[in-house]
Ligand binder design. Sequence first.
Ligand code: NHR
Ligand code: GAR
Length: 226
Amino acid sequence: MSAAQKCRLAVLISGRGSNLQALLDQAASGELPVTIAAVISNRPGVQGLERARQAGVPALELDHKNYPDRPAFEAALIELIDRQQPNLVILAGFMRVLTADFTEHYRGRLLNIHPSLLPKFRGLHTHERAIAAGETEHGATIHFVTAELDGGPVIVQARVPVLPDDNPDTLAARVLTQEHRLYPQAIRWFAEGRLRLEGEQVRFDGQPLMQPLRLEDFANPTEARR
Ligand code: NHR
Ligand code: GAR
């Protein structure tokens, strides 16, 4: 990728696509120096595909139910993704576990957003579990994807308080607002060449990252940007 050539993204989704929308909006406004080459959903007819079409981005369906097993689905998925020639592959609410063959193929150029402060609460139903555990703080994490589910090297996190009256939906909404700022920031760093994976080590501006970056150390308050 030369400076003149924008980072090409393939975005993988399974549903609503609100994180995708944040990327589409920032790519359109020029805030995010990327080209969204395609959006791919393993579930047909989801809202995220419509969001892509509205933005003039190719919206592709690859229904996992049409394949006999995970490896067969993933072989087709790899072929479809590679045809888009992306520099970076983004999981944005993508809900299928990926095999090591897939994660190795895209090692160092595959990111996920997970709705918890990893390593806490890997897997599903994170908001419900954070409340049940009595956490006072929760959030979202961007990490490089490896074969270990939600276990790849962490890049950056956004934190929110858990309030006494929260239920999983109110907490999820608070986290989601931060997700929409968190993913564009991490992708911008990757597109600018500031972020890379070296072995198991994340490097940011050439330095090994000893702990996750914190979004609040970078992002301006929304008010200040207006
Ligand atoms: N694959 C690997 N190898 N590593 C990761 O870190 C991955 C991954 C695939 C998806 C996203 C993830 C999350 O952030 C993700 C990270 C789906 C499941 C799951 O159990 C778990 C974690 C994540 C996504 N999916 C069920 C399955 O059988 C299906 C659930 C459904 O369809 O509703 O694949 O949380
Ligand atoms: C987001 O909260 C994302 O962090 C989470 O699903 C939601 C997708 O919302 N991802 C996972 O739970 C991955 N297993 P969106 O489709 O509106 O972006």
